[in-house]
Design a protein around this ligand. Structure first.
Ligand code: TEU
Length: 559
């Protein structure tokens, strides 16, 4: 089918269904709740909804452990609810893309139950089963969710591979019948009319033969297997086969989530002539405040690193492939707390961060609550946290004797539950998320930060996002323009220009708490007479031969 590339001018809104809106009062968000909020999303102006997994799951990893790809999770509703949501979205001109999780399934999936039942079962090769080595795991890889990446099965005397939790066994993509089953399932959902897929850790599906030991980095308990499962030898072959068998038959959006991907990989994955995926999620900019180590290491962001990382991706993919643009998702802490200032400058810094991202080349993704400036949370007790990654890490580090307070500090800054507290709709009980008891604590700031207040305040973050989304529709330069970084070495100013023909956008974002004064003659010249299309404050300081940006102020000029 002809690919119209409609997604090049789209803005995507990610919904984490468990925390979005609970229509039936059981304390868990559901599909009926999403359907009730479609007009809110229409008002925001987004084009596409990305649904985190809604398939049947025991929820060891909140739906990223799928037990039945063809069934809706009971807590979220029924297939009839889903069909109603899809039809209601399409009626409003909204598209829906689903989360495709096919690097692994739940250990309760029928395929795994059969695979585990015996070495000779026809499903055995749907997963990675290996004999131990000298009474230990087949190799020294660590799971991304702590512990070893292998689980021993008494009955068969073998181990199975799980890069994530032990309830998420990795699928063996080397096995053609498995790939066929995946393609059949994808067609089932696409034939229902969904508009594409976000593909979970899709660059992990090709593992290197022999699954060799990884290097044991200083202080690590296990070997680093990532060189042997990230961007593996057959990954492009598998994605091209998926495209040939399924994706090419529909006019859809495909975005591959790819931890460990670099720009050179991304050029190959997203170049249209390669017929793989439309775009990918890189993690590079999300690792700049952890240093070279694990994400729990807390380092201060150096803005120059962030600017140069965006420059690398903007220049690297412009005219070659396509960028996705994001600050937040269900795995990342809230950006206004992370790179902004969520206390005295929450509104300004949230708007600044939004402007910085939405004026770039690529397709922007907004994560639920980002558009109202939701912040990180600090639960007092570890018992209030729900995320398997966080809880496994806590137990492992406590076992290593690391103090509770030190671990909690990392959880406060980087934990995934920061993004998973319920969406804040009103200042009423539970932030209007549920009439029941929420499955996870509501962020106490819901009284000041909620949709109801945002919609009443014309100067809210919500309406700033709405304005930015509108500009993307109105100005082709945002979609087609090139990228040039300005003031590269400035420690607090993120400034760049986009050019297309004789048009130019100049974007200035003050990431700091201090006022920035620019006396750059040609910038002032550029700005003078330019149309100011985005600004935080009521007026822009264009005093005599100097341009002043106050803390977290943003201004965008169009010439
Ligand atoms: O996440 C991929 C991944 O690598 C995550 O472990 C992420 O890097 C980490 O959580 C950052 O803290 C995807 C999904 O987005 C995530 O929610 C799932 O837990 C994971 O895959 C397994 O499906």
């Amino acid at each position: 089918m002809e690919q119209t590339n409609w997604w090049k001018k789209s803005v995507v809104y990610q919904i984490y269904p468990r925390s979005f809106y609970d229509a039936d009062g059981d304390g868990i968000g559901d599909i009926a709740g999403i359907a009730q909020k479609l007009d809110y999303l229409k008002e925001l102006g987004v084009d596409v909804i990305w649904l985190s997994p809604v398939y049947d799951s025991p929820n060891d990893d909140n739906g990223y452990d799928i037990r039945d790809y063809y069934k809706i999770m009971d807590e979220f509703g029924t297939m009839a609810d889903f069909d109603f949501l899809l039809a209601s979205a399409h009626e409003r001109g909204l598209k829906i893309i689903m989360d495709l999780v096919v690097n692994h399934t739940s250990d309760e999936h029928e395929w795994f139950v059969r695979s585990k039942s015996g070495r000779d079962n026809p499903y055995r090769d749907y997963y990675y089963w290996r004999d131990g080595k000298e009474g230990r795991e087949p190799n020294n890889w660590g799971s991304i969710f702590s512990g070893p990446a292998w689980e021993y099965d008494e009955a068969s005397g073998q181990y199975y591979l799980h890069l994530f939790s032990k309830k998420q066994p990795d699928l063996n993509w080397e096995h053609p019948p498995l790939r066929k089953e995946v393609y059949r399932m994808m067609k089932f959902w696409l034939d229902k009319g969904i508009d594409g897929f976000r593909m979970d850790v899709i660059n992990f599906i090709s593992k290197v033969d022999g699954l060799p030991d990884g290097a044991v980095e200083e202080g690590a308990l296990y070997g680093n297997g990532s060189p042997y499962f990230m961007n593996g030898l057959r990954i492009h072959e598998f994605l091209r086969e998926m495209n040939e068998e399924v994706l090419s038959k529909y006019d859809i959006l495909t975005v591959g989530e790819m931890p460990g991907v670099r720009v050179d990989h991304a050029k190959a994955y997203t170049a249209p002539e390669n017929k793989e995926v439309n775009m990918i999620f890189t993690f590079e900019h999300m690792g700049l405040d952890s240093g070279p180590g694990e994400k729990w290491n807390l380092e201060k962001l150096d803005l120059v690193d962030l600017k140069e990382n965006f420059e690398k991706w903007q220049k690297g993919l412009h005219g070659v492939g396509w960028n996705s643009l994001y600050w937040n998702n269900h795995d990342q802490p809230r950006i206004v707390s992370r790179f902004g200032n969520d206390r005295e400058h929450r509104v300004l810094s949230a708007k600044m961060l939004a402007t910085c991202l939405h004026m770039l080349h690529g397709t922007p993704y907004i994560y639920q609550g980002e558009e109202i400036g939701m912040t990180n949370v600090r639960f007092e007790s570890i018992d209030e946290y729900k995320d398997v990654e966080t809880l496994n890490m806590y137990r492992e580090k406590r076992g290593q004797g690391i103090p509770h307070e030190k671990i909690m500090e990392s959880i406060y800054v980087k934990g995934r539950d920061n993004a998973r507290t319920p969406m804040q709709w009103t200042s009423g009980p539970n932030g209007g998320f549920t009439d029941g008891t929420p499955w996870i604590g509501v962020n106490p700031r819901y009284k000041e930060i909620n949709v109801e207040k945002a919609l009443e305040d014309k100067d809210s973050i919500f309406y700033h996002y709405k304005h930015l989304i509108g500009l993307r529709k109105e100005l082709d330069i945002i979609t087609t323009g090139d990228f040039n970084l300005l003031y590269r070495s400035h420690p607090a100013l993120f400034a760049y220009e986009r050019r297309s023909g004789d048009e130019k956008l100049v974007v200035l974002c003050n990431f700091g708490d201090e006022e920035i004064e620019l006396d750059e003659e040609n910038l002032i010249h550029e700005a003078t007479g330019a149309e100011v299309i985005v600004q935080n404050y009521k007026e822009v300081q264009l005093e005599q031969s100097r341009l002043v940006l106050r803390p977290y102020e943003t201004v965008v000029f169009l010439k």
